[in-house]
Design a protein. Structure first.
Length: 144
């Protein structure tokens, strides 16, 4: 049972790091997807609105032990607080009267560090899974 728990924790940790990497990649890819500060209705088209800015994401992680599961962790993407920030871009078609737009709250340097941390964490979790597998094989070899 301990081997199954350890393997479950390692694999859920690797999945959490994958989620972290996906969220960070999405943030970087959309870092310059600006939009209006307030959604507006396009003139003459009551049903169409201008595109909203990308809303930056972050990862919320929780323990599966607390949820009385076998063990490990769960990571889900959630909207960052605040998801957008005001940025001065008077040439944008959707800028407000003062020249401001809504820009995703993304720091590309910070996201680069998050991606490196996620890659390192993923590797560490895979090492745990590999070691757990080797231990299980050793136990099986001793019992036969």
């Amino acid at each position: 049972m301990v081997i199954a728990q350890t393997l479950s924790m390692a694999l859920s940790g690797a999945q959490a790091q994958t989620t972290r990497l996906q969220v960070s990649a999405s943030n970087v890819a959309n870092a310059h997807t600006d939009g209006p500060l307030q959604p507006t209705v396009a003139p003459g088209a009551e049903q169409r609105t201008t595109a909203a800015p990308y809303k930056a994401l972050t990862v919320a992680q929780s323990s599966l032990v607390a949820a009385q599961e076998i063990g490990g962790t769960r990571a889900v993407a959630v909207e960052k607080k605040p998801p957008v920030q005001r940025a001065y871009d008077p040439d944008a078609a959707y800028a407000d009267g003062d020249g401001f737009v809504a820009r995703p709250n993304v720091d590309v340097l910070e996201e680069t560090v998050r991606q490196m941390m996620a890659a390192t964490g993923f590797g560490a979790n895979l090492s745990v899974a590999r070691t757990t597998d080797e231990m299980a094989q050793t136990v099986l070899d001793l019992t036969t």
